[in-house]
Design a protein around this ligand. Structure first.
Ligand SMILES: Cc1cc2nc3c(=O)[nH]c(=O)nc-3n(C[C@H](O)[C@H](O)[C@H](O)COP(=O)(O)OP(=O)(O)OC[C@H]3O[C@@H](n4cnc5c(N)ncnc54)[C@H](O)[C@@H]3O)c2cc1C
Length: 470
């Protein structure tokens, strides 16, 4: 399938006549081989080249760079402050503050990199409104804000309900807090720009070149359909597709995210009184997120509603292409902005999200393979954090003992989710319990005890929701 079908962003960022990088034919060797040409793989390659410009770095991408989640997301460039309570639990307060501050600096660093490299990724410092659309959701952020305040950290502004309504342009949002440091990007333009920067630094990129098999423990070897790469170090930056490896599979569940994008309608956005200058999410378990583009389109994203959970080790193309939930996502946009009404979107798409139990990624070496490193579990907040992921993976691959290789997110992969078939069928039960919980909250009701029990198995998401267990 043409990668441009995977999102409006990709169709905008990849010119029809743009040439792909070659696919791999034959056997080669490299100092570091990276599998996956999304943000994680590309930032890792750039971090490696920055530290050791002569290093021979190869990227293998099954499609084209940016065709995965990096070119399909909602473009929120967020810090880890919303995950501070989980960070504190994993790392302790001091390290949690260090990582949260570093993640906020990463948001700035991405903008700086775009300016320095001439990447037009539509980078805007919009800020993020973390809001509530029901009484039950109000205060979902309290635990996070209080945890940060215990360390004299104040990344969020508390807004009055009036300000929330005025800035969001809809009375659906009843309350919220604002993180001014967040930014937005055209994600595929960023991914394609990083690809150009990596090529300019001598990174060898092979597109349409899937890893089909991994061989070797101490000396990794990647097998592809028409060649192989022997590398001193290997980085698996495959996001949800990493579940082909058993150790990764037990540490994450793969859920969908469905998105629509309207035609450009800047005048209509103004008419309905929506300033359109913020990133906004609600606090339901199946999150709603919205954004506007530079040319005045509305993007609306619905997390986890699509029941296409992958079975076993195979994500494949199950979550590629147009969204089967397009009509539902249109309804959510119309519900959020009643004055806008039902709009016909110009396009829809979907993509996979790699949810870890605590909503934070795992980095490290695969068990029994000391020279194979992974990054997985961004849980819907990877656009900003993958910049740090690149630093962490580069330090691991270069065997550096520093604040990145030693950070607390370099941790063993958990055995947090059951094997098949419990994983698949249990996942379906939990997902529908979560949907019922959200629907009950919308009606001001509490779900029944069985629904509450099942929904309690939900892994963490982009931001904490009430009743979340980590
Ligand atoms: C619809 C949607 C909305 C989202 N919204 C946001 C958001 O607003 N903000 C945010 O922070 N995060 C968001 N996310 C999550 C975010 O996009 C990801 O966390 C981030 O892009 C992860 O980058 P990555 O490089 O790790 O993964 P990817 O970009 O998915 O890269 C993995 C790459 O590996 C390649 N690959 C897979 N298997 C193989 C193989 N066998 N051989 C070779 N290559 C392979 C894939 O083709 C892919 O290009 C969203 C995700 C989706 C799907």
């Amino acid at each position: 399938m043409d990668a441009r079908r995977n999102s409006h962003w990709l169709s905008e960022a990849i010119a029809p006549d743009e040439e792909n990088s070659p696919s791999l034919h034959g056997d080669i060797s490299a100092d570091v081989c990276i599998v996956g040409g999304g943000f994680t793989g590309l930032w890792t390659a750039l971090a490696l080249k920055q530290q050791e410009p002569t290093l021979d770095v190869v990227i293998l991408e099954k499609d084209v760079c940016g065709a995965g989640a990096s070119g399909r997301n909602a473009g929120y460039v967020l810090s880890w402050w919303a995950k501070f309570a989980s960070l504190e639990k994993i790392c302790g307060g001091e390290e949690a503050v260090r990582l949260a501050v570093a993640s906020a600096e990463a948001v700035n660093a991405i903008g700086d990199f775009c300016r320095q490299e001439g990447i037009d990724a539509h980078y805007r410092r919009d800020g993020w409104l973390w809001a509530a659309t029901s009484d039950q959701q109000v205060g979902s952020w309290n635990g996070t804000v209080e945890a940060a305040e215990r360390y004299q950290q104040h990344p969020f502004e508390r807004w009055s309900p009036e300000e929330v309504v005025a800035r969001s342009g809809t009375t659906r949002y009843q309350a919220g807090i604002f993180e001014p440091g967040a930014a937005s990007v055209q994600p595929a333009a960023l991914a394609r720009g990083l690809r150009r920067s990596a090529l300019a630094r001598g990174v060898r990129i092979f597109e349409n070149t899937p890893l089909t098999k991994l061989k070797g423990a101490a000396k990794p070897e990647v097998i592809t359909p028409k060649g192989r790469v022997k590398a001193a170090k290997l980085v698996l930056a495959m996001n949800a597709w990493g579940i082909r490896f058993a150790a990764i599979r037990r540490a994450i569940v793969v859920v969908s995210c469905d998105m629509i994008m309207t035609e450009a309608m800047p005048e209509r956005i103004k008419e309905i009184g929506w300033p359109g200058d913020l990133l906004i999410t609600d606090s339901r378990m199946l999150i709603n997120a919205q954004c506007t583009t530079r040319d005045g389109r509305i993007g609306f994203c619905k997390g986890g509603m699509n029941g296409r959970l992958p079975y076993g080790s195979h994500v494949g193309t199950k979550l590629d292409g147009p969204s089967p939930l397009r009509e539902d996502v249109i309804s959510w946009l119309a519900w959020t902005y009643p004055k806008l009404g039902r709009v016909r979107p110009a396009s829809s798409w979907m993509g996979p999200i790699d949810r870890s139990k605590d909503g934070l990624p795992h980095f490290g070496a695969l068990e029994g393979r000391p020279n194979v490193f992974h990054a997985v579990g961004y849980s819907g907040n990877g656009v900003g954090p993958s910049y740090l992921g690149g630093k962490i993976l580069a330090s691991l691959a270069l065997e550096k003992q520093d604040e990145w290789s030693g950070c607390s997110l370099v941790r063993p992969l958990g055995r947090d989710f059951p094997p098949e078939p419990i994983r698949y069928f249990g996942g379906k039960l939990v997902r529908s319990a979560i949907a019922r919980t959200d629907a009950a909250a919308d009606k001001g009701k509490s779900p029944g005890p069985l629904t509450r029990y099942l929904a309690g198995f939900a892994p963490a998401g982009l931001s904490p929701f009430k009743g979340q267990k980590t």
